[in-house]
Design a protein around this ligand. Structure first.
Ligand SMILES: CC(C)(COP(=O)(O)OP(=O)(O)OC[C@H]1O[C@@H](n2cnc3c(N)ncnc32)[C@H](O)[C@@H]1OP(=O)(O)O)[C@@H](O)C(=O)NCCC(=O)NCCS
Length: 185
């Protein structure tokens, strides 16, 4: 995973074309099947301050498989619009959550405290990703789409620790008391 550069136009163009129509629609809320040269310039020529994007590559093929992006709001520098897309074959494996956590880290470094995301109301996977970043709430609903805000100002627990704590809360696991050893004396 690394920041997108202007050399990533071909990687992003082909990753977009490999997306299923449903994933493409969920991410861009549009039925377009290709990205124009202007869109590719917008998506890859970044200042890494007001507009940042992180790309994940498949190790063997070097194909781009996921992108997470924020664009700072012109109205409030503490807020950015965020969006994530993971290639269909890689969805449901934790990549969207991991890339979003890295994006939130980059955003905090740039003084951003809140992400807003616009998505289809039934997009449970994205809602889970948003919840993993911090406290969230519904800002607006417009037909089938919703806008959700999430406070990213505090780093959240790593994903595996949240899983452990949920298992404890459900009673599926117990926290063992730490055993004292000689170094405690
Ligand atoms: C939404 C998206 C980015 C999530 O990325 P992902 O890598 O597939 O998601 P993860 O594997 O990190 O899983 C995220 C959460 O969704 C849950 N999840 C996975 N598959 C799910 C499913 N079919 N239904 C509901 N929840 C699901 C996971 O359990 C996880 O929740 P948890 O962390 O509370 O356990 C990805 O699915 C995607 O690109 N979708 C199409 C584009 C899109 O919708 N973008 C969002 C617009 S802003």
């Amino acid at each position: 995973m690394r920041a997108v550069t202007s050399d990533d136009k071909e990687a992003i163009r082909s990753a977009f074309q490999r997306l299923s129509p449903e994933s493409r629609y969920r991410r861009f809320l549009s039925l377009a099947e290709t990205l124009s040269d202007g869109q590719l310039r917008y998506l890859t020529e970044l200042d890494h301050h007001d507009h940042e994007a992180l790309i994940a590559y498949e190790p063997e093929t070097r194909n781009g498989i996921a992108v997470a992006r924020f664009v700072r709001s012109p109205a409030d520098p503490r807020i950015a619009e965020a969006a994530v897309v993971v290639g269909d074959a890689w969805q449901g494996k934790g990549l969207g959550t991991a890339l979003s956590a890295l994006l939130a880290q980059r955003a905090r470094e740039e003084g951003i405290e809140r992400f807003d995301a616009t998505l289809l109301a039934g997009n449970d996977q994205m809602l889970h990703v948003i919840d993993s970043l911090g406290p969230s709430r519904l800002l607006a609903q417009d037909g089938p789409t919703i806008t959700v805000e999430v406070d990213i100002s505090h780093e959240t627990l790593p994903t595996h620790m949240r899983g452990v704590l949920r298992a404890v809360a459900r009673g599926d696991a117990e926290l063992a008391p730490r055993e004292l050893d000689d170094s405690d004396n």
